[in-house]
Write a protein that binds this ligand. Structure first.
Ligand SMILES: [Zn+2]
Length: 314
């Protein structure tokens, strides 16, 4: 199979400074990998045949990525802004067990008195609700606005503006959450190794990330055509490789998410609506929101767009 040029799906096409791109081996196991696809933003996606990770190479540098994220809220997040007070109001009406990830965490561990670290906590959902179960929660974030509302409106005391790699390894946690995180960073192995160092024995690390396990079943995988700031895509094999390399046990591994767009667009009853949504909204996240609104909660678990893996330290 030759290298497949992927057509764009999303209006939000990123442009990278091609001269500043850097060659990159597999960010999980350092193998070279084979070029498979060219994304709509021109970046090549390679497949590592040792750990089954798909990764962008050559990739933008950390400087280029930081520049992109500094304007993220303004230029790329098309979701409606919710302020801290609105978020708090929303959470007061939310049953956290409606989130299957919350169900999994709380079934794996009694949270009372446990130390939880959420890296890049976004809207603070897990910090807010795990705190209610008696966990001692800490969040790290780089976004000032997010930090402010977590403090003021969600009343999370321990919020630190820092990078995970800068945290003192003498700090120990029982639960570390990396939700929608690992796909954004250039050195995911280094990150996960650091989370392991910060974990107490018996503690868990959860990752939630786009799932490349089924990418080769599609001729033009949706996964590589949206959210073009993603630098790698893990598969089930990646998780097994990581567990082995880091000496962790996998206690939960699930392919999860809304049904694939390919199947949905073939369903005539939703085709029109979906087309309209894709045309009307630049972001894929909005398409999710559409699904969420129009289908039941359980539906969110029947697809395989995401990979949800929980590792446990021995
Ligand atoms: Zn690899």
């Amino acid at each position: 199979m030759g290298i497949v040029q992927l057509p764009s799906l999303d209006k939000r096409i990123l442009t990278w400074d091609n001269e500043k791109l850097i060659p990159r081996n597999c960010p999980v196991c350092k193998r070279k990998g084979h070029p498979m696809f060219v994304r709509p933003d021109g970046l090549c996606v390679k497949l590592c045949n040792q750990c089954d990770t798909f990764f962008v190479s050559p990739s933008p540098t950390n400087t280029q990525l930081s520049k992109f994220y500094s304007g993220y809220e303004k230029h790329h997040r098309n979701a409606k802004q919710v302020n801290g007070a609105q978020l708090r109001k929303m959470y007061l009406k939310t049953n956290p067990y409606s989130d299957y990830r919350y169900q999994v965490f709380t079934s794996l561990m009694a949270m009372q008195g446990k130390r939880v670290l959420d890296i890049g906590f976004g809207r603070g959902f897990f910090l807010y609700f795990l705190k209610q179960l008696g966990a001692q929660v800490t969040g790290i974030e780089l976004d000032d606005y997010t930090i402010q509302y977590a403090h003021e409106d969600l009343e999370i005391e321990n919020i630190i503006k820092t990078d995970l790699l800068k945290i003192d390894v003498r700090e120990k946690f029982d639960v570390i959450l990396c939700m929608d995180l690992i796909e954004h960073i250039l050195e995911p192995f280094q990150y996960l190794n650091k989370t392991k160092m910060l974990l107490n024995p018996g503690g868990i690390i959860a990752i939630f990330t786009p799932n490349a396990s089924f990418a080769l079943q599609e001729s033009a995988p949706i996964l590589f055509r949206v959210d073009l700031e993603h630098m790698q895509y893990f598969s089930n094999t990646t998780c097994n490789y990581l567990a082995k390399k880091l000496g962790l046990d996998i206690v939960h591994l699930e392919n999860v998410g809304y049904p694939s767009l390919v199947n949905l667009t073939e369903d005539q009853s939703v085709k029109g609506k979906l087309k309209k949504v894709i045309k009307g909204f630049p972001g894929f996240e909005d398409t999710y929101r559409f699904w969420k609104k129009h289908f039941s909660q359980d539906f969110s678990r029947t697809g395989h767009y995401h990979l949800f893996c929980v590792f446990k330290k021995r």
